[in-house]
Design a protein around this ligand. Structure first.
Ligand code: HEC
Length: 131
């Protein structure tokens, strides 16, 4: 009887430890795979944020009402083409990131969603591709 209990106990320890280490390996592998995927996404130009697909629509819907050609409502410059947007990309990001009501916060009507601001940030990080 003692033998059987000992055998069962040994078997139990074996099963639990081998399961634990297996699942840890799986986890580490899963994390590594995810890191690989993220790297691929960031370095693959097909996934870059572009002016034509992502940034122009933001500027058109939220900015050119004032930053048009010519600029209106006191806006100091226009933001209607790629060179204007890329030359001022950092200024645009900083104005869009300011909190509501602070001087130069853009658009003046209120901060756009964080996901929209993040697109501008990523566009700059991607090297501001036009398309
Ligand atoms: C209702 C009109 C209006 C809209 C819409 C608007 N702006 Fe402006 N913008 C202004 C005016 C007026 C100024 C100059 C006064 C100031 O800085 O507040 C300005 C200034 C700026 C500046 C310079 C601010 C600084 O301090 O560096 C930037 C950059 C800018 N706007 C970007 C944008 C962007 C990007 C959008 C859209 C997300 C936008 N604006 C939408 C009116 C507007």
């Amino acid at each position: 009887m003692k033998h059987i209990i000992f055998l069962l106990a040994t078997f139990f320890v074996f099963i639990t430890t081998s399961c634990t280490s297996d699942s840890e390996d799986d986890l580490i592998e899963a994390v590594e795979n995810q890191n690989d995927t993220n790297e691929d996404q960031n370095s693959d130009p097909a996934n870059f944020v572009t002016y034509v697909d992502d940034i122009r629509p933001i500027l058109q819907s939220s900015c050119v009402r004032c930053h048009g050609n010519p600029p209106t409502n006191g806006a100091p410059f226009s933001l209607i083409n790629y060179s204007q947007a890329s030359n001022r990309s950092n200024q645009i990001l900083s104005a869009m990131s300011r909190s509501n009501g602070s001087p130069g916060a853009m658009p003046p009507s209120g901060r756009l969603p964080q996901s929209t601001i993040a697109l501008v940030e990523q566009w700059i990080a991607d090297g501001m591709p036009e398309n």
